[in-house]
Design a protein around this ligand. Structure first.
Ligand code: FES
Length: 103
């Protein structure tokens, strides 16, 4: 059962930036890449680092702890030491709300 959940408001995340969003027990990273929103797991798959504190360049987020790289739109692990992809969640905008479909 998947539901669309409001995770932020448009304007909460500046363009080409990322914020952390907590939804229940879940920690997400919400990205605004040139005006398109992407939601991924907020925690690195390598160790317990918060991706929203990482360094975003174009569509790649660099983990703040050991500099592993993930491709934001797909969640693919693209740079060592990370080898496991991060989870990604569909996002849509409805009025002023940013919604994610969370499992
Ligand atoms: Fe992210 Fe190690 S915790 S690369």
């Amino acid at each position: 059962e998947q539901a669309w959940t409001e995770i932020a408001r448009v304007g909460d995340v500046p363009e080409d930036d990322v914020i952390e969003v907590t939804v229940g027990e879940r920690c997400l990273a919400l990205f605004n890449l040139r005006g398109t929103y992407f939601a991924t797991a907020g925690i690195c798959t390598h160790a317990h680092a918060r991706l929203a504190e990482g360094y975003l360049q174009d569509d790649i987020i660099e983990c703040p702890l050991h500099q592993g790289l993930f491709h934001v739109p797909t969640g693919k692990a693209v740079g060592a030491p990370v080898s496991r992809d991060i989870e990604t969640f569909p996002v849509r905008v409805e009025g002023g709300a940013i919604l994610a479909r969370l499992p």
